[in-house]
Ligand binder design. Structure first.
Ligand SMILES: [Zn+2]
Length: 219
């Protein structure tokens, strides 16, 4: 894996999956069996997203920084952009969005999953409440938790990054990417991202952010 593949600047390592998605080629077989076993149990398991490029993540990030996309607190409540300090804006962005070039979605080993059967009349929002209690994805989430596979949930909640009950990752291959993603990669990625909102602030606190992000992942 090279720098470009680790940071969403290359698609060489990917293949197309179920027409609309790109994934890391070596996980294809495992993903097929994972989805089949969930579907056979009666759930309409569908990907909401898988690979996402650096440029796509940059667009999302910068629009959030400019108040063009909603920001949410750790419970998923929308925040009033105009009342937030710069520091609070960055903090609330990091709850739910990765810094471009640091998203696990760049690797193609990670994807967001939902049970489409519960979304005939409503739109998927990717909120934890959709995956808990009597939420439309709750039963599927319980089924996955009870049936161990090669996929796991890396975001189980930390001070910096909130729990994401929809996000799954191929344990073996994502661990390889994770271990290759060292501080040099992190710093170079932000240095290269000249259009990145909060770039100067991130660069002047680079080691702190690298450590906090790495420690936010449950392995
Ligand atoms: Zn995700």
């Amino acid at each position: 894996m090279n720098f470009a593949q680790l940071t969403g600047r290359s698609e060489e390592h990917l293949c197309v999956f179920e027409d609309d998605f790109k994934i890391y080629k070596p996980i294809e077989k495992d993903l097929c069996s994972f989805l089949s076993s969930i579907r056979q149990a009666g759930f309409d398991a569908q990907l909401a997203s898988s690979y996402r490029s650096f440029d796509r993540q940059l667009l999302i990030w910068n629009e959030k920084a400019e108040g063009k996309r909603p920001l949410f607190d750790p419970l998923g409540n929308e925040l009033d952009y105009n009342k937030l300090s710069e520091e609070k804006i960055l903090q609330s962005m990091l709850y739910w969005s990765a810094i471009p070039g640091t998203s696990r979605h760049h690797w193609g080993t990670d994807f967001d999953l939902y049970d489409a059967a519960g979304f005939q009349d409503q739109k998927l929002k990717l909120l934890n409440c959709e995956y808990e209690n009597d939420g439309p994805c709750a039963a599927m989430t319980q089924f996955i938790a009870k049936n161990p596979s090669v996929f796991f949930r890396p975001y189980q909640g930390s001070k910096l990054i909130q729990e994401e009950k929809w996000h799954y990752s191929h344990r073996h291959f994502s661990l390889q990417f994770f271990q290759l993603y060292d501080y040099q990669v992190f710093e170079k990625n932000i240095q290269m991202a000249t259009q990145l909102a909060f770039r100067d602030y991130l660069l002047s606190n680079c080691l702190k952010f690298y450590q906090a992000i790495q420690n936010s992942v449950t392995l």
